[in-house]
Design a protein around this ligand. Structure first.
Ligand SMILES: *Cc1c(COP(=O)(O)O)cnc(C)c1O
Ligand SMILES: [Zn+2]
Length: 444
């Protein structure tokens, strides 16, 4: 069986381009690209045979097919030979039921897809393994690449730097100075990437890296590059697989540059087109109120997202005012009967703290999704009996400052209602006993 995939224009211009070509925009209209798969070839395997194949490989191998991404290689990037694949055994992340939290917000069935439980601590690994593997393959076929580069709000650069280092490819990352967490900043530094901290925001970094790519100086690793979407779409496939090849009623996702919203759609669409599932879930895109250009457009019925200057938000990875994948997200919302909701800083802090008290440990972006979900439930858009999956995009361990400041009550303008600071005591039995009793009394 021969599977095939190629770049094509997202807006429908004619033309097909090899995945190994360094091409990021349609040469005809200048718009975004998409990866087109040969669905007829894929249909020569039955839905049940695909399910069996995916189950057989899942978290087992043989290397690298135990990866959640490469276990679905025929649907992702066929034609990349095994020895060109650069993997960190990404994907295969847990889907856990958050019953106590669900009950606290009036829902019966809520699942968290833990995409941050990954090599570099965010879902960005899923797209990056595909992009770096394709570049690795292309370089071995003779493509000259001075550096693979990205603009980043932190997590993309961590993933690119790690996969680039694993492949032995030079990496350059452009970051907005002072606007990423310490953990995020140190990741590309440790991986040996050239780290350029620029006195601007993400959108300013993005403008420069796009120009470097257009001039042929670097290979562009941002999610404007459709290869990233192909890896990220496996989240949808994994969710269906983990739910016994069914889909939830809702998927809730924190979004910034909006590539991942489209990736979810692409995954669910392919599952349905190839007969593994029978429907597509609804999509709720969650944005931070200070960086919500899609929310503004969608809720006022506009089909185009007007760029804004994004304000300061604790959800730093989604502080984006000019989302590159806006047309892709509009398509996803159209096809998934989608909604867009926003969350304020106070709302995201409160949701994170309450969710953590039910055993979760939420990054600020996942908290934006939870806060948005709570609002949608209150408005009756999401109903009690709906089966909901929230995409957790990063590990909260990368955002320790956020947690520490909340519990130290030092976040400006935030009332830390659920702060739980440590109690400092002398090593005295009675004082310890007294503190335990007070705490128990306060909790009842
Ligand atoms: C990148 C990122 C997002 C946003 O994803 P987009 O595809 O840019 O919308 C959300 N959360 C975290 C933690 C991220 O790193
Ligand atoms: Zn075009």
């Amino acid at each position: 069986m021969h599977h095939n995939a190629a770049f094509r224009c997202f807006a429908g211009c004619p033309g097909r381009y090899l995945l190994t070509q360094p091409i990021y925009r349609c040469p005809t209209c200048g718009g975004l690209l998409d990866v087109a798969h040969d669905l007829d070839a894929l249909r020569t395997r039955t839905p049940d045979a695909w399910k069996r194949l995916f189950e057989d490989r899942y978290r087992r191998g043989p290397w690298p097919l135990g990866s959640g991404v490469w276990g679905k290689r025929e649907w992702v990037a066929p034609g990349i030979p095994d020895d060109a694949i650069v993997s960190t055994d990404e994907g295969g992340t847990s889907l856990l039921r958050a019953d106590r939290y669900a009950r606290s917000i009036g829902l019966d069935e809520l699942w968290i897809k833990q995409c941050g439980a990954s090599h570099t601590g965010s879902f960005k690994d899923l797209g990056m393994t595909v992009l770096v593997s394709v570049v690795h393959h292309a370089v071995r076929q003779g493509l000259r690449v001075r550096a693979v580069a990205c603009a980043s709000t932190g997590d993309t650069s961590a993933a690119l730097a790690a996969y680039g280092a694993a492949a032995g490819l030079p990496v350059a990352v452009l970051l907005p100075r002072g606007k990423v967490s310490t953990a995020q900043l140190v990741q590309p530094i440790a991986s040996g990437a050239i780290v350029l901290a620029l006195d601007t925001d993400f959108d300013g970094c993005m403008a420069i890296v796009q120009r470097l790519a257009a001039d042929g100086v670097v290979y562009l690793a941002n999610s404007m590059n459709a290869l990233r979407i192909e890896g990220q779409k496996t989240v949808a496939i994994e969710i269906a697989q983990q739910l016994g090849w069914t889909v939830p009623d809702w998927v809730v996702l924190p979004s910034g540059n909006l590539g991942n919203a489209y990736a979810l759609y692409a995954g669910f669409r392919m599952l349905k087109d190839l007969g593994l599932t029978t429907r597509i879930p609804r999509l709720a895109v969650a944005q931070a109120e200070r960086a919500a250009p899609l929310y503004r457009a969608w809720t006022t019925g506009q089909r185009e997202v007007r760029p804004i200057t994004a304000g300061d938000t604790l959800a730093s990875a989604i502080r984006i005012g000019n989302p590159v994948s806006a047309p892709r997200a509009i398509k996803a919302l159209d096809e998934m009967d989608g909604v867009v909701e926003e969350a304020t800083e106070a709302e995201l802090c409160d949701a994170a703290a309450r969710a953590d008290r039910t055993g979760l440990y939420t990054c600020p972006h996942t908290a934006v999704a939870l806060a948005a979900l709570e609002k949608l439930e209150r408005r009756g858009v999401v109903r009690r009996g709906d089966r909901v999956v929230v995409i957790s995009t990063a590990s909260a361990l990368k955002f320790t400052e956020f947690k520490v400041q909340y519990h130290e009550r030092t976040l400006p303008e935030i009332e830390s209602t659920w702060a739980n600071p440590p109690i400092t005591l002398p090593p005295d039995y009675d004082r310890v006993l007294d503190a335990l009793e007070r705490h128990a009394a306060a909790m009842t």
